[in-house]
Design a protein around this ligand. Sequence first.
Ligand code: AMP
Length: 636
Amino acid sequence: MPRYADFYRQSIDDRDAFWSEQSRLIEWQTPPRQICDYSNPPFAQWFVGGRTNLCHNALDRHLARRARQPALVAISTETGTERSYSFAELHAEVQHMAAVLRCLGVKKGDRVLIYLPMIAEAVFAMLACVRIGALHSVVFGGFASGSLAARIEDAEPVLVVSADAGSRAGKVVPYKPLLDAAIAQSKHKPAAVLMVDRGLAEMPLQPGRDHEWALLREQQLGAVVPCEWVESTHPSYTLYTSGTTGRPKGVQRDTGGYTVALAASMKHIFSVADDGAAPAGVFFTTSDIGWVVGHGYIIYGPLIAGMTTILYEGLPMRPDAGVWWSIVEKYRVTHMFSAPTALRVLKKHDPQWFGKYSVKSLKALWLAGEPLDAPTAQWISDALQVPVIDNYWQTETGWPILTLANGVEPQVSRFGSPGKAMYGYQIKLIDDTSGQELTSPGHKGVIAIEGPLPPGCMQTLWRDDARFVDTYWKSLAGRLIYNTFDWGLRDADGYHFILGRTDDVINVAGHRLGTREIEECIAAHPQIAEVAVVGVADALKGQQAMAFAVARDSAALDSDAARLKLEGEVMKQVDSQLGAVARPSRVHFVSALPKTRSGKLLRRTLQAIAEHRDPGDLSTMEDPAALQQVRELAGR
Ligand code: AMP
């Protein structure tokens, strides 16, 4: 077994040989003629000249050996249903969907926006898109019409795939009214909408535009839709994420690089040994298909590795806090991937649930998306008696930047640290004032990555190369280097620690939100003159959004009842425009917001006060007295 340090070094010093070897983990219709073209930095083109297909690698290539093995198990504790699809059955369903997409006019290169709950049809739709070379753009089902409209407008999809409703904690959440409102709001109008009827809510269809999946599927039974071989650099999907402006960023990913990166991660990071004969294992990722973890590790990664993947619609403590462990026992889950918030929620429940089910099949638990605190890591590690492995990455990178590659060399987790630089990532810590690289251990700097980014990472931002370069590559150190916008430090053994974001992005229960987006939504309320939204530390969710607003008519807010009424209205507006995930925990009304003399909003000062920390130097502030009111309100 090689030492990880050597493996890592080879990935940097002999990059093309390293990735050439990894590229053999997947099937190509035409093998690449060049491993990496970095002649136009920071745009990296991986596996140039190669032709492949993501759906082929996830499904078709397994048919010879695994046709009858379960590929997808869709479990819903919301509707009380469980459905298993073998590789052959999933292959057939994906072809039905691909044929329907084609009938609705979807062609190679077209975008299909997917706004679906955690149901099997979402998996069919994603795989069907990449099968025919169309790009999917999945929008998290928890987002409401405003967020959806912004994404429809940017992606310009020819088709939207949606459903009558999602369900959360037994409460039906109708999707169709949100979708109709979003399309009405958007300048771009998709030509067609494909609706999955789960029988949960009314689903009025607009003649000529809206179609019912069940009816169209019926017409395509037995359809054969071969995979469209695409260039390695052909985009497979876009996925929107938040940044410092209100406009979401469409992270664009390629096909060949992404497929190779996921295949390599399944082997080296998730230690999946595919000997071709025995089942490769069962992967259970508790994320949502609307997030990057869902793309990579509910759908593509496990399927590429020939594993059974579990799609779970429901909460971790419903019907009781043992539900995940009952799934682990029933399906003999070998690999589990979750987020720290969910575990913090479970930690509050009775530990007896662990004793009730056998979790012997589990090899390890991976956690990502937000900082994993050491007490939670220790608690779950004691309860499950398996390695607990933190991993740090971003929508932009598509797979872990920092973790432990236990498939290369088993290493010990150090709780509080997501681990070491993964192969392919040349990580630097940069001093944000001098722009110098910090090489000695223990110094806090901005985590940056030297180009080229390894395969699987973002190619660019959808139709916005300039924003890609300016935002990510020109914001640090006065030279071209990728900015993660996270603070971090490295110890003498190469373990890294993440110390929070450098920008105005907040992380609520693992959901990444831009405070600007929430501010823009609140500022649209007719009674709000100005608003600042900050992330405030929260024991359960990591962070919570908190708003400080100035009302247009502050005299009208002379009573608690009037303030509560306006606060309620503002929250409702956020719910209906962005979704409940973005709703601030409080909207505090103040007479002025803290600003510098040049008029810049001091969000960090607000955040420090809301977290009962010392706000530091206030000498640049226009009116330090404005903070008194903030102190009083935040102290309540
Ligand atoms: P997203 O793009 O939604 O996956 O969010 C990425 C951001 O989440 C990162 O830039 C970090 O701020 C944070 N994050 C993700 N994983 C971790 C982790 N393991 N530890 C600490 N922060 C994390």
